[in-house]
Design a protein around this ligand. Structure first.
Ligand SMILES: Cc1cc2nc3c(=O)[nH]c(=O)nc-3n(C[C@H](O)[C@H](O)[C@H](O)COP(=O)(O)OP(=O)(O)OC[C@H]3O[C@@H](n4cnc5c(N)ncnc54)[C@H](O)[C@@H]3O)c2cc1C
Length: 399
């Protein structure tokens, strides 16, 4: 942060250092804006838990077709985003253009795959139907009982923890501070949001912060405040919370380690096991992620025995050898979801200076590159790109 910038306040302060806030900060800094990020626990929210599927096709669902253009736009950005991030930091992010295998165990499960294939065909999305034997040619570790499926050639994967680590490194190299503080509230001046309130400020940001002794807090001023605080976003917006009424959707997931090379999957495998969706996502370092539940439980991140049982039961119905792996972690994350389960991106109407980037629900990793560019456009004074326009914060969306 240059000294001139700190004297007049920053161009952008980003609230939340999940994959969304970090990516927004990185792209905004790349545009030449002065940026800071504030988060008491950087990269420990949903982005720490995410499986890392980049799946615009296998995640296209009936009723959510409106999201497909943004998902495809962001998927197309991933190869360059990963390459630029790796080049800027020297950190590998395990982006693998692997394709994804989608399978069904029983006749009902294959009917679900058929249904999805019909949706894909209608939307012009590429996926190749496979018979049972073809599925096993693609992935020899599949259970003999798998009845059929499809290969989705352009659904890939990345390691979200490696991405957020690389983004933090990229920000450090670009001189963007990440302040380990909770934002207590937004600072407003006659209808305009002018900064954020924190308990205290140190380091590179000291000269930009105004201390308020009486309140025992400090203010970081910025021309634009981007709130990317996951499911905490709505509460932080206060009076403007109606623009982004996100809720937490709990997802439990297991991280396993493959002990025998011969039992490593070639690519992500997902599908339905007797009516329940489940996925297995391999990482380059031998870990494999098994997920995930979708639960409306409020702000609860308890890992339950039942979820661990069900995940292993369903994953092993697809790939029996998963039971040979070592258990490394069982964890839960909170997906930020809006009432229509679509993201909320851009300037909040009636609150100059306030921008939101949240509500990415099951797709925050996939949507990070497109979100970051769209929000950087807005922070530079531009409009949302056409592909992101349907996701502007508008209380009318929820009524
Ligand atoms: C089990 C599971 C599996 C998933 N798998 C995938 C997948 O395969 N592919 C995919 O694309 N997506 C996936 N997702 C979804 C993805 O994880 C989320 O959409 C994404 O991580 C959201 O990122 P975020 O930055 O908005 O939120 P988060 O990562 O939750 O970050 C929000 C940040 O805001 C901070 N914050 C909150 N309040 C404050 C405050 N007052 N002041 C400062 N900071 C604050 C928090 O500390 C946190 O670090 C999955 C999610 C889960 C739970």
């Amino acid at each position: 942060v240059s000294s001139a910038a700190t004297e007049r306040g920053l161009d952008v302060v980003v609230v939340g250092a999940g994959i969304i806030g970090l990516a927004v900060a990185w792209r905004a800094a790349a545009r030449g804006l002065t940026v800071a990020v504030v988060d008491p626990a950087p990269a420990q929210g949903a982005s720490h838990v995410a499986a890392g599927m980049l799946a615009p096709v296998s995640e296209a669902h009936w009723g959510e077709e409106g999201l497909v253009p943004l998902m495809l736009d962001s998927a197309a950005r991933w190869p360059a985003f990963a390459a630029e991030l790796e080049a800027a930091t020297g950190h590998a992010v395990d982006f693998a253009p692997s394709g994804t295998l989608v399978v069904g165990v029983d006749a009902g499960d294959v009917a679900v795959v058929d249904d999805l294939a019909q949706l894909h065909a209608g939307l012009g999305l590429e996926a190749a139907r496979l018979r049972s034997r073809d599925c096993r040619d693609q992935e020899p570790l599949l259970a003999p009982g798998v009845r059929g499926g499809m290969l989705v050639p352009h659904d890939h994967r990345v390691d979200p923890r490696a991405v957020t680590a690389a983004l933090q490194e990229a920000l450090a190299r670009a001189g963007v501070p990440v302040l380990a503080q909770e934002v207590l509230g937004l600072v407003r001046d006659r209808g305009r949001v002018t900064g954020v309130e924190v308990a205290a400020v140190g380091g590179a940001l000291r000269s930009t912060a105004r201390a308020s002794r009486a309140a025992g807090t400090a203010t970081i001023s910025a021309a634009t405040v981007v709130v990317a605080a996951g499911p905490a976003t709505g509460a932080l917006l206060g009076a403007d919370g109606r623009a982004a009424p996100v809720r937490p959707v709990k997802g439990q997931l297991l991280v396993l380690r493959v002990r025998d090379e011969a039992l490593a999957l070639r690519r992500p495998v997902r599908g339905w096991a007797h009516g329940t969706p489940v996925y297995l996502v391999p990482r380059a370092d031998g870990r494999v992620v098994v997920g995930a539940t979708q639960e409306e439980q409020g702000f609860d991140t308890t890992v339950t025995a039942g979820a661990v049982h069900d995940l292993l039961r369903d994953a092993s119905a697809l790939v029996p050898s998963v039971l040979e792996h070592e258990v490394l972690e069982a964890l839960a994350g909170l997906r930020p979801a809006a009432p229509d389960n679509a993201p909320v991106l851009g300037a909040v109407p009636g609150a100059d200076g306030l921008v939101v980037a949240t509500g990415h629900h099951r797709h925050g990793v996939l949507l990070a590159p497109a979100t970051a560019e769209a929000v950087a456009d807005v922070a530079c004074g531009g409009a949302l790109p056409a592909v992101a326009e349907p996701f502007a914060p508008d209380p009318g969306r929820w009524t």
